[in-house]
Ligand binder design. Structure first.
Ligand code: ATP
Ligand code: MG
Length: 253
């Protein structure tokens, strides 16, 4: 390996997930996905509803069992228990106890991670400031806006200071200010050396922060590259045009 070449944070080879829904009824949610994400990269997984984004992320997290394929995270098999310490996850629809406050939620998850009281206290303060919820410490989550819930979700995902963040639709439900704040937060995370894999169907969100993107449709990865590369390759005027051209092409082929 050349010295300027970054190591792979994630390596996926031939990953397939078939859901069996009963006799002769199968859904191929992910079809032979191969993908490599470099350390320090922000990678955007794009695709319409039901294209397999969440399935791909859950497989990487070990929350679903693959039908076939290999997954390596930071050079280790994804099933290696130590790998879990290096991963932070924001689920698609995070659900937290509504009667707890932001600091209480972080304490709760900190204990699950087995963190000491002192470390929890230190991380909690830092993260609440980072996600802009430090001044709302006494508010229980039932009074949180969508944007605030998304931000507490990000704080939970970053609680164990993971090297690799997996975020399923991190800007869903956020207003333009909230999504810009989240984007800036993710860029700060990248500057701090983290690798980020995120899914979205908000093309403009992905365009602003991702180093590379992949477009999924019906479980298949149709195209992969930097946005300028893909725009040239697909003769697209903008990212929306790119998305439509790629999906149309896959319907015809
Ligand atoms: N647990 C499950 N059992 C059966 N089918 C499933 C299951 N989870 C997902 N699927 C199916 O797999 C396909 C991919 O779903 P997935 O949730 O990964 O899509 P997605 O790209 O995340 O969609 P969205 O943008 O709506 O979040 C869909 O056809 C979905 O119905
Ligand atoms: Mg999804």
């Amino acid at each position: 390996m050349e010295t300027n070449e970054k190591a792979a944070a994630l390596r996926i080879e031939g990953l397939t997930k078939i859901f069996h829904l009963g006799r002769n009824k199968n859904v191929v949610a992910l079809d032979n996905l191969s993908l490599e994400i470099k350390e320090g990269e922000i990678f955007g997984l794009l695709g319409p509803n039901g294209s397999g984004k969440t399935t791909a992320l859950k497989l990487v997290l070990g929350l679903l069992f693959p039908t076939s394929g290999q997954i390596e995270i930071l050079g280790r098999d994804y099933q290696n228990i130590e790998v879990k310490n290096d991963i932070g996850y924001l689920p698609e629809n995070p659900y937290y106890y509504r009667y707890l406050t932001g600091p209480e939620i972080l304490t709760f998850y900190g204990r699950i991670f087995g963190m000491t009281k002192e470390i929890i206290k230190e991380r909690k303060e830092k993260l609440l400031k980072l996600v802009g919820l430090y001044d709302q410490q006494h508010l229980s989550l039932k009074h949180f806006s969508k944007g605030m819930l998304e931000r507490i979700g990000l704080a939970v995902a970053m609680l164990n200071d993971p090297k690799f963040l997996i975020l399923d639709e991190p800007t869903t439900g956020l207003d333009p200010i909230g999504s810009r704040e989240t984007r800036n937060l993710l860029l700060d995370m990248q500057a701090a050396g983290k690798t980020i894999l995120l899914s979205s169907h908000y093309l403009s969100e992905i365009e602003k922060i991702s180093n590379r993107v992949g477009i999924l449709h019906q479980g298949k990865l149709l195209t992969l590259g930097t946005i300028p590369e893909l725009m040239t390759q697909w003769k697209a005027e903008d990212i929306e045009d790119l998305f439509i051209k790629v999906i149309e092409w896959s319907k015809q082929s």
